[in-house]
Write a protein that binds this ligand. Structure first.
Ligand code: BES
Ligand code: ZN
Length: 512
């Protein structure tokens, strides 16, 4: 049955609320489009809070996001209306409490990974040797195997078994490599576990590259134990693309310098629940994730271009890096650009925590696979092929190797380091620079000390606390900020004493 013709087909929102003894109140955050539909149907629905989400370098999308409290009764009508009017499920994030929902509306404070990784392609011989080993037949097999579960819904035994199956499959694939481990990530609210494979970095293990897809599936009409929801494209295809990249990495003996983590998320279809818990736990543990790639639907070729990079809730600079990987390593692959709106897949869980994320997709947004969330999301309905998913698998491998091969950050041979220290009284400011940074280089600043000093950088002229190209203004004096410089530039630095502080400052930059 065609998903888009089924006006009253209910999506994950409703299914999630009825398949279990749901709490009376459900907190969700939604984008503009979905929220307007909710208001049309139930004018009484009010947003507790609405906000345009901001990231370090500007707006992350041109839409506002709303926090809404709905109860079960409302959800039925609301999700039907969203589906009827928008012809799709509205992307949404589920929150276990009002406080968690409000937190999701806050701009990610300081990006942990403000020190950008290098996006220079300097592993061409490795990548070019591995790409020809990748085979669509292996991807097809994983898709067929995962589709064989009646469903992979987050609350069913089938869904639990699918997670266990994936863990075993990845363990078998990496047997013999003591640097690779596979774990399940348990979630308190439901039985299906996420699966995380870790390839430990050789000498830069604290920096982590994350690639993921979701292992769960859903039938939009409601999913119980034996409901058919093969999810061949959504998202066995993403897991299969990642698995084939893993196979070739293991077969070649390639060992990354950074740690690589490959994730199969639980409970994506019911509000990005698995990936939100994982991304939040990584942030809370200060894990230095330098880049995230999400593969959700890679095998249905619905558009003329091959790979569409979604530009909302993703990182522009990292997306350019991904485009560069494609033009360099897969020159026949045609690149498109589109958007998928608020919370459409797990990359949003990572970008919501301030990490750099990308979401390469199988088609333009409106030409995606019409069978998803139905019993007909099968391998056959993706054309009995895995050639399309193979392109994503190759791209993922190039991403792993090019980001995975970099050593610990530190001054390069031509980088200049300048150290400063001082004291600030409350409200006092101190300026440094200009630092003359060379085209193609980078300036990164690390502040340490007591009290609460904040850090601002600006290209071309002096920053203020309101005008800057980069800032770091956390609640203490542990701050860092970095800028990539495309043309020779004078970079100015400002320290602001938000509270009195004693500080040391280290400025590393590619000198002109
Ligand atoms: N794979 C889809 C996302 C998707 C579908 C992207 C179609 C582009 C086109 C994902 O599994 C999904 O269904 N997302 C939901 C939101 C989710 C939080 C319930 C969506 O976007 O409607
Ligand atoms: Zn889906």
């Amino acid at each position: 049955m065609n998903r888009k013709l089924l006006a009253l087909m209910l999506c994950g929102l409703f299914a999630a609320s009825t398949a279990e003894a749901a709490p009376k109140k459900v907190w969700i955050t939604l984008g503009d489009a979905a929220f307007l539909q909710l208001q049309k149907l139930a004018p009484a629905t009010i947003a507790k809070e609405s906000k345009a989400l901001l990231a370090n370098e500007g707006l992350i999308a041109a839409e506002r996001v709303h926090l809404v409290e709905v109860d079960e009764q409302q959800l039925l009508g609301l999700s039907a209306a969203v589906h009827h009017e928008l012809h799709r499920c509205g992307g949404f994030m589920f929150h276990s409490s009002e406080a968690a929902g409000r937190q999701a509306l806050q701009a990610p404070v300081t990006l942990l990974a403000t020190l950008r990784p290098s996006y220079v392609l300097d592993n061409q011989s490795v990548v070019n040797a591995l790409l020809p080993q990748m085979q669509d037949s292996n991807i097809a097999q994983t898709i067929v195997d995962m589709s064989a579960f009646a469903n992979r819904y987050y609350t069913t035994n089938n869904g639990v078994n699918a997670s266990n199956w994936l863990k075993t499959r990845w363990q078998q694939m990496s047997a013999g490599r003591s640097d690779i481990s596979v774990e399940q990530f348990s979630h308190a609210g439901w039985p299906q576990k996420s699966v995380i494979l870790t390839i430990k970095g050789t000498d830069n293990a604290s920096e982590v590259v994350v690639l993921g897809g979701h292992l769960d599936s859903i039938n939009g009409q409601g999913t119980t134990e034996n409901t058919r929801a093969p999810g061949a494209d959504d998202d066995a295809s993403g897991i299969a693309s990642l698995s084939e990249a893993l196979r070739v990495i293991v077969a070649s003996g390639y060992k990354p310098r950074r740690t690589i983590k490959i994730m199969g998320y639980a409970a994506e279809e019911v509000g990005l629940r698995g990936s939100q818990e994982i991304a939040k736990s990584f942030k809370a543990a200060n894990v230095n994730v330098v880049g995230v790639m999400q593969l959700d639907m890679t095998n249905y070729k619905g558009s003329d271009k091959d790979i569409y990079l979604y530009t909302d809730y993703t990182d522009n600079a990292q997306n350019q890096f991904v485009a560069n990987l494609l033009t360099t390593y897969l020159p026949s692959v045609q690149i498109g650009y589109d958007k998928c709106g608020y919370a459409c897949s797990d990359h949003a869980s990572w970008s919501g925590q301030g990490y750099f994320a990308s979401m390469p997709f199988e088609s333009s947004f409106t030409q995606d696979n019409p069978y998803i969330h139905t019993a007909n999301d099968t391998y056959a309905n993706s054309g009995n092929q895995a050639q399309h998913a193979l392109k994503f698998s190759k791209m993922a491998l190039a991403f792993m190797v090019e980001l995975g091969s970099d050593g610990p950050a530190g001054p390069g041979p031509v980088d200049k380091v300048e150290n400063f220290s001082g004291k600030l009284a409350l409200g006092q400011q101190q300026s440094y620079g200009p630092f003359k940074v060379a085209a193609g280089g980078r300036v990164s600043v690390v502040l340490a000390g007591t009290g609460d000093a904040d850090l601002y950088l600006r290209k071309g002229s002096a920053p203020s606390t309101t005008v800057f190209d980069c800032k770091s203004d956390g609640p203490n004096s542990t701050e860092n900020c970095a800028l990539n410089i495309s043309a020779n530039a004078d970079v100015y630095l400002l320290l602001n004493g938000y509270a009195a502080a004693n500080y040391t400052l280290k400025v590393t930059y590619r000198a002109q």
